[in-house]
Design a protein around this ligand. Structure first.
Ligand code: E4P
Length: 235
């Protein structure tokens, strides 16, 4: 009994922490999430950069550095290139910007080759646009640091994004792959909770999905009552 309790305690102490990334290029939102004290990193993509009006190569590179300075953690910066040589050139330039940069590489043939190359060079990667467990297996074999299954976009086409997280978790655990499962395309708070139950290593979502974790009407009602009772007793 005692031994069982001891081993359970050490198991709990060794459990990994689920990382929270914010999926935006908006510096105010990144700072707001960081101030909450639960932010472990940022993911961006070309659409998110365009949404913030960040255009032109130099502005984009500068913005990545600004993001790195706003958060204490990994920042995924996506390559635009789609051929091996160009992905390598662009990825190395991104990695040189800041030691928090993780090079985001699409799940395409030359992308897989580039994942292997970067892995051998010690450059960290995030394999993006992953929609099947086969793609996730390939990314892990190629040495990706993170794999990004897009669960919201699967849900959008009547597929179950969370099933994909479960499948990848099972496959990675079977072989002890070190690639971290980064649940992406999170649309709402319950996606985060479900991903946590399934053992995703990381989730990336909008600020609203993270702040949604805070909310419960019984918390608000309970606090109002505690404060009212305090005021009654201390007036
Ligand atoms: C992941 O890194 C992507 O930036 C992102 O999660 C895509 O999400 P979306 O489907 O909401 O665009």
């Amino acid at each position: 009994m005692e031994a069982g309790r001891a081993s359970r305690t050490s198991l709990i102490q060794n459990l990994p922490n689920m990382k929270f990334f914010i999926d935006t290029a908006n510096l105010d939102q990144i700072r707001e999430a960081a101030e909450l004290g639960v932010l472990d990193g940022v993911t961006t993509n070309p659409s998110l950069m365009a949404k913030e009006g960040i255009t032109g190569k130099n502005n984009i590179l500068k913005h990545y550095v600004d993001i790195c300075e706003a958060v204490d953690g990994d920042v995924s910066a996506e390559v635009i290139a789609t051929t091996f040589d160009e992905i390598i050139r662009e990825g190395e330039q991104l990695a040189d910007l800041h030691d928090q940069i993780v090079v985001k590489v699409p799940m395409i043939r030359d992308g897989v080759k580039a994942l292997r190359y970067f892995s051998e060079k010690g450059i960290r990667t995030n394999c993006t646009l992953v929609f099947s467990s086969g793609q996730a297996l390939l990314a892990a074999k190629a040495g990706a640091s993170y794999v990004s299954p897009f669960i919201g976009r699967l849900d959008d086409i009547s597929s179950d994004g969370l099933d994909l997280i479960a499948e990848i978790r099972e496959i990675y655990d079977n072989y002890e792959f070190e690639t971290e499962i980064l649940a992406a395309s999170i649309r709402h708070t319950m996606h985060i909770v479900e991903c946590a139950k399934l053992g995703a290593d990381v989730m990336t979502g909008p600020l609203s999905s993270i702040e949604g974790l805070l909310k419960h009407p019984l918390t608000d009602i309970g606090l109002e009552k505690f404060l009212a009772d305090y005021r009654k007793g201390n007036s």
